[in-house]
Design a protein around this ligand. Structure first.
Ligand SMILES: [Zn+2]
Ligand SMILES: [Zn+2]
Length: 360
């Protein structure tokens, strides 16, 4: 009898993610591949959907590219092996070890045609606007799939996605060579941004973080100084370290209006603040502060094309993600050992990666 179902973590509503039996993805259409998932990381945005969603998941209005809406299988930070090829797929073979960019896009709009597919007007993020990889199998467009060199293990490869977010954020800032850089928040994206800032030649990397475990991680991945906004006046501290002016560049990696203001306040005049966090509420802000200081505020969403560069840097050892993986669980434990664990013990965790169940 053919096996027709697999276990998947399906978002139904806020606080209602169910590990349930769902149909296996169909044979991949032309230009798509089916991937047998090895590992899939729990992202801050997955947690956001669990705790406060829907944030990005379409409810009542299907995504214009995929036609899909809730309920959807979550998960977009994944690695695995090609299980099946759709028609017209070249350069990939069954059994290839891979990871995949999650930005499914139309290829036709202004942004897609100008190298900014991450802000495609029909953007359909894997695991938020189409079925994702907290499942045994996932179908994705072949153009988003990247082969892994033999020396990049599948668990580390699940971190290529958040590392690409960090690398894209650095690129949004422009050159940071020699600069004093402040990274606000040392969760996964903050830590990935620290790693990429070091790789990009930042002079000093100052992490702002309150949780002890994350402070240690920040130091482990290359922060030159860690300051705690709860116990010190970090704006004054950073001014003291920079001749009274402030940092050249900051990266907000939390998504809170208060830490966004902090990211703005810690930079010097004409400095750059890159906002990477996902915000869920508006803020009041006097735009005169921008006019009067010529500070620049820059948004950074996901990535566009950074996967290959991140994989190359993992392969040659320039970047190391091992310190970021703090937990490994099976899919059946994703609620208690994943989402609830991250809600209640955020301070002890960075990246929890999830192994789906094999389909017999
Ligand atoms: Zn993510
Ligand atoms: Zn587009």
């Amino acid at each position: 009898m053919p096996i027709s179902t697999m276990k998947a973590a399906v978002w139904h509503a806020r606080h209602d993610v169910r590990v349930e039996d769902v149909p296996l993805p169909p044979a991949p259409p032309a230009g798509w591949v089916k991937i047998r998932v090895a590992w899939c990381g729990i992202c801050g945005s997955d947690l956001h959907e669990y705790v406060a969603g829907p944030v990005f998941i379409p409810v009542g209005h299907p995504n214009p590219l995929t036609g899909r809406q809730s309920p959807l299988v979550l998960g977009h930070e994944f690695s695995g092996e090609i299980a099946e090829l759709g028609a017209d797929v070249t350069g990939l073979a069954v059994g290839d070890r891979v990871t995949a960019d999650a930005c499914q896009h139309c290829g036709k709009c202004y942004y897609c045609r100008h190298g900014m597919y991450n802000i495609c007007e029909k953007l359909a993020f894997t695991g938020l606007m189409n079925d994702g990889a907290f499942a045994s199998y996932v179908n994705v467009p072949a153009e988003l799939v990247y082969k892994l060199p033999a020396n990049v293990p599948l668990d580390a490869a699940a971190l290529v996605e958040p590392l690409s977010v960090g690398m894209h954020a650095i690129k949004q800032a422009g050159s940071i060579l020699g600069d004093t850089v402040v990274v606000v928040g040392a969760g996964t994206i903050g830590l990935c941004t620290i790693i990429c800032a070091r790789a990009a030649g930042a002079g000093r990397v100052i992490a702002l973080e309150t949780a002890a475990a994350r402070k240690d991680k920040a130091r482990a991945v290359g922060a030159t100084l860690v300051l705690d906004p709860k116990t010190s006046d970090v704006v004054a501290e950073i001014r003291k370290l920079t001749g009274g002016y402030g940092a050249d560049v900051s990266f907000e990696c939390i998504g809170s209006k208060n830490t966004a203001k902090l990211a703005f306040d810690v930079i010097r005049g004409a400095g750059r603040a890159v906002l990477v966090g996902v915000f869920s509420e508006p803020s009041t802000f006097n735009f005169l502060e921008i006019v009067a200081t010529e500070k620049r505020i820059i948004g950074s969403l996901a990535y566009n094309g950074e996967f290959a560069d991140v994989i190359a840097m993992l392969a040659d050892g320039r970047i190391d993600v091992a310190p970021l993986i703090t937990g490994r669980i099976g899919l059946k434990d994703i609620i208690s050992g994943g989402f609830e664990e991250l809600v209640h013990n955020k301070d002890q965790n960075v990246k929890i990666i999830v192994q789906p169940e094999p389909v017999a």
